[in-house]
Design a protein around this ligand. Structure first.
Ligand code: CP
Ligand code: NVA
Length: 300
């Protein structure tokens, strides 16, 4: 039987998503050091790109649950020397209980999962970042309750985070208002599939109007370092600042998956201001992914 993977938010139902959030909040509020459901189990983590939050949250989460995590990079594995993904998937999955991958091409994760005998988790690809959305949604639920029917504004690049927000809007049933410059819109197949849950706006101000949550991300993602200059000019009118927050609902919150660039995609005033919940959001990676590991590895 194929193991249950977590490659995309579309792999889980709304009920399962809400269950994961509830469990993440419970794990956060009542940490029991004797609860070690993954004792003796091993998570392999393959990172083709840098990471602070993802690596530490998975590693700490496995330790809390009595298991272990192994950090692997292409630099020191055969994956970086051209071993076929299919072969690496068979080898690694024969020795561990779960595998997390952070890669460039989304197909690397889907191909790996097809050949893995254990659950595979997408720890970020150029196309999606579903683990971040588990934490973001947990943070929203903690602050404001269920997000169903609310309005979220995505300001900036139509990137991996934006795609996962589109998926979250579908699975959790909220409205997503997107303002992205021409040439940096999200993948059309992904947004079209979300139907009327997604609306596009010409300006950041229009997208942010009456929103309950404002979200942005870096203008140049990992792997796009060479495009910095041209992206800076394309995105200059897409900064989340006090004007945007004023246009939003008076109780609106601000999120950013980090790392953030103050003065670029977000002003320092908003990033460090009272509506920003970015550090609670960052911490929740730990709790949300513990809930995910339990869901994938302990649910029969
Ligand atoms: N948000 C996020 O994925 O952080 P890292 O890149 O530090 O893992
Ligand atoms: N869009 C960013 C997210 C980082 C967590 C990137 O891919 O670099």
């Amino acid at each position: 039987m194929q193991p249950r993977h977590f490659i995309s938010l579309l792999d889980i139902s709304g009920n399962e998503f809400r269950g994961l959030i509830k469990r993440a909040i419970a794990l956060k509020n009542h940490r029991d050091p004797d609860y070690q459901p993954l004792k003796g189990q091993v998570l392999a983590m393959v990172f083709e790109k840098s990471s602070t939050g993802t690596r530490i949250s998975f590693e700490a989460g496995m330790a809390h649950f009595g298991g272990n995590a192994i950090f692997l990079s292409p630099r020191d594995t055969q994956l970086g020397r051209g071993e076929p993904i299919e072969d690496s998937a068979k080898v690694i999955s024969s020795m561990v209980d779960c595998i997390m991958l952070r890669t460039f091409k989304h197909e690397t994760v889907t191909t790996f999962a097809q050949h893995s005998s254990v659950p595979v988790i997408n720890g970020l690809t150029d196309e999606q970042h579903p683990c971040q959305l588990l934490a973001d949604m947990q943070t929203y639920f903690e602050e404001r309750g269920d997000i169903q029917g609310k309005t979220v504004a995505w300001i900036g690049d139509g990137n991996n985070m934006c795609h996962s927000y589109i998926h979250a809007a579908t699975v959790l049933d909220f409205k997503l208002h997107i303002a992205a410059p021409a040439g940096y819109q999200p993948n059309k197949m992904i947004s079209v599939a979300a139907d009327d849950r997604v609306r596009f706006f010409d300006t950041a101000l229009a997208a942010g109007k009456n929103a309950d949550l404002i979200v942005t991300d870096v203008w140049a993602s990992m792997g796009q370092e060479d495009e910095q200059k041209q992206r800076h000019s394309a995105f200059k009118d897409y900064q989340v600042n006090a004007d945007i927050m004023r246009a939003a609902h008076k109780d609106a919150l601000f999120m950013h998956c980090l790392p953030a660039h103050r003065g670029e995609e977000v002003s320092a005033e908003i990033m460090d201001g009272p509506q920003s919940i970015v550090f609670a959001e960052a911490e929740n990676r730990l709790h949300a992914q513990k809930a995910l590991l339990e869901f994938l590895l302990c649910t029969k």
